[in-house]
Ligand binder design. Sequence first.
Ligand SMILES: Cc1cc2nc3c(=O)[nH]c(=O)nc-3n(C[C@H](O)[C@H](O)[C@H](O)COP(=O)(O)OP(=O)(O)OC[C@H]3O[C@@H](n4cnc5c(N)ncnc54)[C@H](O)[C@@H]3O)c2cc1C
Length: 503
Amino acid sequence: MTELETEVVVAGAGPTGLMVASELALAGVETLVLEKLAERSRQVKGGGIQPRTAELLELRGLLEPLLSRATSREPVGGHFAALPVPLDCTPWQTRHPFPIAIPQWEIEEVLEERAVKGGARVLRDAGVTGVAADEDGVVVTADGLQVRARYLVACDGGHSTVRKLLGLPFPGRPGTHQAVLADIQLTSVSPLVPQQLGHMSTLTRQAGGYWAMTAPLGDDRYRLTFGRTGPADETALTEFDRDAPVTHDEIAAALEAVYGPETTLGAVANASRFSDATRQLEQYRAGRVLFAGDAAHIHPPLGGQGLNLGLQDAFNLGWKLAATLQGRAAQGLLDSYHTERHPVGAQVIHHTSAQRVLADPHPTKDVAALRDIVVDLLRLPDANRHIAGLMSGLSLHYPLPGDHPLTGHRLPDAELHTATGTTRLSALFASGHAVLLDLTGALPSDLRLPPGIDLVRAACAEGLGASALAVRPDGYVCWATANATADVDVDELRAAITDCIAK
Ligand SMILES: Cc1cc2nc3c(=O)[nH]c(=O)nc-3n(C[C@H](O)[C@H](O)[C@H](O)COP(=O)(O)OP(=O)(O)OC[C@H]3O[C@@H](n4cnc5c(N)ncnc54)[C@H](O)[C@@H]3O)c2cc1C
């Protein structure tokens, strides 16, 4: 048995684990990622980056390398329950108003590259099989390895081994529908098969007892999701075996039913089954073990939320865990990960439950009536703005203490003019530090801010709604004032800012 020591072990090299590792590495924390699979799965799975996630990735300079790998997609807003009304994110003042389509494995590749460049190590073929945690740290066992660390971050997916090893319940609702996700090649297509990646409502179709969602990926490749349109079959689901192989004939039958016999199946690159089960951990922290991504919450994949939720968990957790390990965290900072992120996961579970009903492939007359009404509502700008904010993540805010209306909110990526030139707000966060932004030049220069907080003086023609603001490394305002002045009480100001970030 090889024995290793590190500061943080991350279980799972999916998007969440790799984002956590990348954030920790950026902060100089020694991080080891243990991944069960010997090689990355090339299954497309999650493929949509929502606008708020795009903004967060841009804070770390990760959006550009991802955009260069994006699948070409019509510039059209996201969807709610696949209803035929695009969601309009422009009222939320974002530079990325449309979902971005990138296969999940490509996102993982970019994140892993960044994490490794920052100094994190990724060991494959090293599935976690044992965890012993005490007050000072954890001992994690993986095939042939024993690793001592100060914290374990479990990002090992919906069937989390770590969760099971710790005996933590995963309360929620079992699935009622099952479906198949497959990356396929089509050797011939009928005109019914979508040829351009556009609004979700243009990619879905029902016929012959099946529903299908087909996303063209280029070069005759498609990402096909399908299921039966019969009423929910509870018995079938109790016997649902997600590991049962998906056969070529099964996929061909669904394709023929939905798109006609002219549509013929070629190679199947990979295929798997999933259900619409919904579950959430009661606590995202169990002592020295923290949970993020699907290990902490699962829900129906409607609306492309899961990968985004996981990446945003990671953005919330990474800097807090680093500050805790480096002895510079404000009191209770690490526990605020659960306090802030659990309600966000619960909200996604709430709206995907509603979407599940609205998108029911076998709707009752009542559900069909409800759907008509929701479609009408989505055409009203205020309702559309509300749902667009929810689905894109742009309306997300945290209930942070402070009187200023910006506290706890994101900021638009405004253009800033500094002594060294013109830049954007997003460009100030590449180091993973928090930023104290002085927009009038009024703050004294002897603030003696603790490490991890950069003072930036800039002018902003658009106006950000405050004269000085402190923005956390994850892009949320934690302090703001309308009247920054040179004779401000420096101790009070420093205390107010560092209370929500670091001491
Ligand atoms: C059909 C479908 C479509 C989807 N579409 C979208 C979408 O458009 N947008 C979106 O945001 N989300 C989407 N999702 C959801 C998204 O794929 C997941 O939410 C996302 O993969 C979660 O990432 P994760 O890193 O938390 O977990 P995973 O991606 O599940 O990664 C967990 C990792 O842990 C590893 N692991 C497991 N056990 C162990 C162990 N014992 N030790 C070490 N490693 C282990 C696994 O091999 C894996 O690499 C979709 C999901 C499905 C099924």
